[in-house]
Design a protein around this ligand. Structure first.
Ligand SMILES: NC(=O)c1ccc[n+]([C@@H]2O[C@H](COP(=O)([O-])OP(=O)(O)OC[C@H]3O[C@@H](n4cnc5c(N)ncnc54)[C@H](OP(=O)(O)O)[C@@H]3O)[C@@H](O)[C@H]2O)c1
Length: 279
């Protein structure tokens, strides 16, 4: 698998094999950084209502010379707006803030199962898609039991499940579940938010072997296990480096070694979607 290419989504649309994270990229500096990422070659831009940067994302998209239909722009529905009418209005507000005619991918940000309103939120996304406000719809941080309910109660599966995924928390079970349903798994904090994973001995040893950086090895591992990483980088050299992961293949042994780094408590901030809530 050496080409950049796209994956097919369940709904017939396509999505790039790597994206650009925008958490903490805000305001005019955020516009410049996101625009630079688009000019560097990223075609999937991951924003969210709660990042407060839909305006910056939309402006960067308009500033870039890349045609709109070649970009996949994502936003996410916050947990405090799961009620149907509120959710519909927030999708509309996302469009107004971004200044875009449509968003390519709209995700429920967290299931917040204790509130038990995520099926209602999902119905709002289904209708937003029907109204033409958003092209594709999906979820973040959904466990199999949450996805089962969406399917049972609405008959519509998400095309993407965006979850915390890096070598210290590789999400094998959730990835296998997603794949069994035809759902693509996106990896958030794919570099573990630049934590100890980047200096791990196994990762750095493999990196030396391929003459790549630890970050590149991790992103390549994510691509080879079938996930879509969405690394955030403010500096152009790191933006370029993170895209330059399509000219080598990790061996099965190297993949197995990186797989062995996962641990049950390997999440960055202990955000278990079964109990953690975000609004
Ligand atoms: N759905 C959800 O619940 C959820 C949750 C969290 C995140 N996300 C999304 O996922 C995206 C990525 O996750 P994240 O931002 O948490 O973390 P991340 O992408 O794993 O890590 C970002 C950090 O890594 C650094 N970095 C980037 N490339 C590097 C490289 N080649 N070498 C060394 N360091 C490098 C960045 O530095 P600089 O910025 O200084 O360059 C930044 O400090 C977010 O931006 C957001 O879009 C979604």
């Amino acid at each position: 698998m050496l080409n950049h290419g796209d994956y097919n989504l369940l709904d017939g649309f396509q999505i790039p094999k790597i994206g650009f994270g925008t958490y903490k990229l805000n305001g005019y500096a955020g516009i410049r950084t996101i625009e630079q990422a688009i000019n560097t070659g990223y075609r999937l831009i991951d924003g969210a209502y709660n990042y407060g940067n839909e305006g910056a994302v939309g402006q960067a998209v308009r500033n870039s010379s890349v045609p709109r239909d070649q970009l996949t722009v994502t936003s996410k529905l916050p947990g405090r707006f799961h009620q149907y009418q509120k959710a519909i209005e927030v999708v509309q507000e996302s469009l107004l803030r971004s200044g875009l005619d449509y968003l390519d991918l709209y995700l429920i940000h967290w299931p917040n199962p204790k509130k038990d309103l995520y099926v209602e939120a999902w119905q709002a996304l289904i209708d937003s898609q029907r109204f033409g406000l958003v092209r594709s719809i999906g979820v973040c941080n959904f466990l199999p039991e949450h996805i089962e309910r969406l399917e049972k109660e609405t008959g519509v599966l998400p095309v993407v499940n965006q979850i915390e995924l890096h070598p210290f928390f590789n999400q094998k079970t959730q990835r296998e579940y997603d794949a069994s349903k035809g759902i693509l798994t996106q990896a958030w904090s794919p570099l573990g938010r630049a934590s100890a994973v980047l200096t791990n001995d196994i990762v750095t040893t493999i990196a030396k072997k391929y003459h790549k950086s630890p970050a590149q090895v991790i992103l390549r591992w994510e691509i080879q296990i079938g996930a879509i990483p969405i690394p955030k980088a403010s500096h152009i050299s790191r933006q370029k480096q993170n895209l330059d992961v399509f000219d080598f293949d990790l061996s099965n042994d190297d993949i197995a070694e990186i797989n062995s780094l996962t641990k049950p408590d390997g999440r960055n901030s202990n955000q278990d979607p079964a109990v953690y809530e975000e609004f």
